[in-house]
Ligand binder design. Structure first.
Ligand SMILES: Cc1cc2nc3c(=O)[nH]c(=O)nc-3n(C[C@H](O)[C@H](O)[C@H](O)COP(=O)(O)OP(=O)(O)OC[C@H]3O[C@@H](n4cnc5c(N)ncnc54)[C@H](O)[C@@H]3O)c2cc1C
Ligand code: FES
Length: 278
């Protein structure tokens, strides 16, 4: 796993663009290049300078990170769900955003001879997009395929940008307005049936989606790494707000891990999704 030096970065807004229903792309300029290149799954705790921003910073995965993963710009995609994301959506060009990071354990790079199947749900695209961006920039080996699911076509965010990353993109929507009519775990089942040789699944999206993807993977004996979006308070291991229940081999609660430092990327198989606290 890649580890990064964590910093408190004073960034400046370059763009806030509406990209779908309640969905936004935020581009910020870094004060200096990052010491270590980012990998998909690295996240930042963001806050705006405004007094209306909630007390706690909010976590967001990096979506794109410049030509070598170190800036000079960082891109985030987010959905407005409450006060913090509302403040981000109201940002204007030139305003300040504090970003603590990079944080967390990212997805590993592709392995030669293995097919990586990336499974994104809605606004869960960013860590997988950055993984693909890094794969292309570094000319890393191994075949890859992106499966992207959402409720409706207008929630398939930045589809063109994902399609430009040099892999086949297959889509599904719950209402049938784009790609397969149905859930992305069904798209995954069909896709896995057509792949020969070793496969690894990387996924990010809502918990029920990641739980379903993990079940499909387990049924087929395919390893599956998830990027958790657990509610967080500090983002770097001091508050325990992000505890994730982990099962033993018999499916019973064995221990908790902190999603911010042991994750957000971790093996999906032992996660007790039904007991998760968020
Ligand atoms: C590592 C990590 C990466 C993330 N990356 C992204 C990203 O790239 N794009 C993005 O849009 N979001 C991402 N999130 C989720 C994002 O952090 C939350 O949506 C955000 O904190 C909500 O803040 P708020 O103040 O707007 O809403 P709040 O007022 O805090 O919450 C509004 C509602 O959303 C619920 N909620 C808040 N946080 C979460 C959560 N994590 N999971 C489920 N429900 C939640 C609350 O229970 C409440 O009902 C990520 C989370 C983590 C932990
Ligand atoms: S968010 Fe504080 S320990 Fe993980």
């Amino acid at each position: 796993m890649t580890s990064c030096t964590r910093d408190v970065l004073q960034t400046t807004v370059r763009e806030v663009a509406a990209i779908g229903r309640d969905a936004w792309r935020l581009t910020v300029a870094l004060p200096a290049p990052l010491a270590t290149p980012l990998a998909g799954g690295h996240f930042f705790m963001l806050r705006t300078a405004g007094a209306d921003f909630p007390f706690l910073n909010r976590p967001f995965s990096a979506h794109a990170a410049g030509p070598d993963g170190r800036g000079p710009e960082l891109v985030f995609l987010f959905k407005t769900v409450g006060r913090g994301t509302g403040c981000l959506a109201r940002l204007r060009v030139g305003e300040a955003v504090t970003a603590i990071g990079p944080l967390g354990q990212p997805f590993p790079d592709p392995r030669p001879g293995e097919t990586t199947v990336l499974v994104a749900g809605g606004v869960g695209l960013p860590p997988l997009h950055l993984w693909l961006e890094r794969r292309r920039q570094r000319r890393l080996g191994g075949a890859a395929l992106l499966l992207y699911g959402a409720r409706s076509h207008d929630q398939l965010l930045e589809l063109a940008s994902a399609q430009a990353l040099g892999v086949e993109v297959r889509t599904s929507t719950d209402d049938g307005s784009h790609g397969l009519h149905g859930r992305v775990d069904r798209l995954l089942e069909g896709t896995l049936a057509g792949i020969a040789g070793p496969v690894r699944i990387l996924t990010c999206g809502p918990d029920p989606m990641m739980a379903a993807v993990t079940r499909v993977a387990a049924t087929r004996g395919v390893p599956c790494l998830v990027s958790l979006e657990t509610v967080m308070a500090c983002g770097f291991g001091v508050c325990n707000a992000c505890a994730v229940p982990i099962a033993d081999g018999d499916g019973r609660l064995a221990r908790y891990v902190r999603a911010c430092i042991e994750g957000p990327v971790m093996d999906g198989k032992p996660v007790l999704w039904q007991h998760a606290t968020h």
